[in-house]
Design a protein around this ligand. Sequence first.
Ligand code: AMP
Length: 213
Amino acid sequence: MRLILLGAPGAGKGTVAKLLTAMDGSVQISTGDILRAAVKAGTELGKKAEAAMKAGELVSDDLIMGIMKERLQEADCKNGYLLDGFPRTIPQAEALKGLLLEIGDELDAAVNLNVPRDVILDRLTTRRTCVDCGAIYNVKSNPPKEEGKCDKCGGAVVQRDDETEEAISKRLDVFTEQTAPLVGFYEKEGLLLDINATSSDAVVESIRAHLAK
Ligand code: AMP
């Protein structure tokens, strides 16, 4: 499957993507994960992205399109992909449309995960992430077996730098201003699948049913 996962930070895009990859061998492509790995490794890309990320702002469209143009042409994309956190602005969505035409790929749907703001805030402040493999935990509902240590790879499970109260609030504002308009964009493209997304398992089921049609 080839899907875009739209939704506010904390809507469950990453969790849903991980569940979906297990279904058909498609790969999860998270621009946030790619950028965090670049920051950790201290690469040129990481240096360019770090300040914006820490403040909860968006990295430039040019930088993101450079990453995605390469990434979407890698061999593992042949079985499909789940775009998690990309596109995030109308210019990125327009550029993605051009890129897909160029490489001869077509999307199955742009899935919008709708989650109430109070649920989002609670999830973001209690979310913890493995610095090595990106596994997602929650201190209340899904803590790692051993505190601070990833069940899957043993890496350190921490709160992301951009999950301070200030950065979270900024990320939600940026989402409303720059990313929420993508729902209208994909509706016009005839690709929108709007889902009430309080439970990730129910989301996966709705997507499966939609694709089977
Ligand atoms: P995420 O893990 O998707 O919440 O992304 C974390 C941060 O990485 C965002 O707050 C942005 O600073 C940056 N980022 C990730 N994806 C994008 C994108 N498509 N466009 C611009 N910035 C991005």
